[in-house]
Design a protein around this ligand. Structure first.
Ligand code: HQG
Length: 355
């Protein structure tokens, strides 16, 4: 049995960086006959019995899709540094791509844009996690760059498909690049909303409430109307309306404000639409099935458009707001709860459009 990571490293070197050292005849799409590659490997005693089956196993066992095998040929999907440019077919990219890199490269990237350096193409990642792991190869605190690939594509920058996680480009001028500072979590939920990256992007975030002590179970106190399904709605308060939810950790009793119509979202944050209810007017919430008092809480946020926020709010009241405030002016909040005692789930327990 071979160490598949070792084998993959050797083959990466052969197919991406130095095919001539292995006497490989590579065509312009990067394909090499498998038999030629095997013959070359067999000349090295470490790989003397490597078979085509081992290559298939290597591809299957790897988390990253680096190689492709088709009718007795093999090629690397990306990563090439050889002088002969591997021809890639241009393809429309997703609207946003990411690139993980080292802090020490940032200044030069800002000046020159993203350039391929020793490889043939700039490598971009389809998601933040992939960008993060690419960046970690260069820096233990990598920075993540967000590429406006939609705009770049529309303005003539060519993108090429690598695999489902890797996209390639000849180069990316810096005007399509911005630093990604994490998910736009409203500030009052920062550190307690654990974002599910598979379901979240720049415009929508979904996650589960975690107390800073690690506990996921909370007692709930609200000011609201409650319907027969146990869902919450705004309630009349003084001369206006209110909807307020607080969660209290079942383990350490820390208390968090989850939503206050008077403070959060477009209405609250920008229009100050409502009056904050005092703590002693909140009521404990019980499961409408078993009257359980402990819940797991999932929150979805539809994020306000940053550009629109700048145009409509920051530019109107520059003394009061800065662009980064857009995270607090979210458009929609949706909360689901699960009773820790009977397991009943109420989806859309709160479903509130704030603008
Ligand atoms: C940086 C791995 C200064 C760029 C990964 C990057 C990937 C600049 C470094 C794939 C710059 C090149 C490729 C500029 C770009 N000034 N630095 N103007 N423009 N850079 O290793 O993207 O595991 O050649 O930010 O997962 O890190 O091998 O490229 O940091 O998909 O399959 O120059 O290789 O895949 O570094 O990684 P690299 P990369 P495998």
């Amino acid at each position: 049995m071979y160490d598949m990571a070792d084998l993959s490293r050797e083959i990466a070197y052969a197919l991406r960086h130095a095919p001539w050292e292995y006497e490989l005849e590579m065509d312009e799409d990067g394909w090499v006959p498998i038999q030629q590659l095997l013959d070359a490997l067999h000349r090295d005693k470490r790989w003397i019995t490597v078979s085509e089956k081992d290559l298939h196993n290597m591809i299957e066992q790897s988390e990253k899709k680096r190689y492709e095998i088709k009718s007795k040929m093999i090629r690397a999907f990306y990563g090439h540094s050889i002088p002969m440019k591997i021809v890639k077919e241009a393809k429309m990219p997703p609207d946003t791509l990411y690139h993980g890199t080292a802090r020490r490269f940032l200044e030069s990237i800002k000046e020159k844009g993203l350039i391929p350096q020793s490889r043939q193409y700039v490598h971009l990642s389809q998601d933040i996690e992939t960008a993060e792991s690419v960046g970690l190869r260069h820096d233990n605190k990598p920075c993540i760059l967000k590429i406006n690939s939609k705009k770049a594509w529309e303005e003539g920058i060519r993108f090429y498909y690598g695999n489902e996680k890797v996209w390639l480009a000849d180069e990316i001028p810096y005007k399509y690049v911005e630093e990604w500072n994490g998910y736009p979590v409203p500030r009052h939920l920062e550190g307690i909303l654990q974002v599910d990256s598979k379901k979240s992007n720049n415009f929508n975030i979904e996650g589960k409430l975690h107390c800073r002590c690690g506990c996921e179970k909370f007692r709930i106190r609200t000011f609201s109307e409650q319907d027969k399904n146990g869902c919450l709605h705004v309630s009349e308060y003084q001369n206006g309306y209110s909807l307020m939810i607080k969660a209290e950790c079942c383990n350490c009793n820390d208390r968090y404000l989850i939503f206050d119509m008077a403070e959060h979202g477009y209405n609250g944050f920008v229009c100050h639409d409502g009056i904050t209810v005092s703590d002693n007017e909140l009521k404990g919430y019980g499961c409408n099935k078993c009257n359980g008092q402990s819940f797991e809480i999932e929150i979805g946020i539809e994020v306000e458009d940053r550009e629109q926020f700048i145009e409509e709010v920051v530019e109107e009241e520059p003394d009061k707001y800065v662009p980064e405030d857009y995270v607090d002016a979210f458009d929609w909040i949706c909360i689901s709860i699960k009773c820790s005692e009977c397991g009943q789930v109420i989806n859309d327990w709160v479903d509130f459009e704030t603008s």
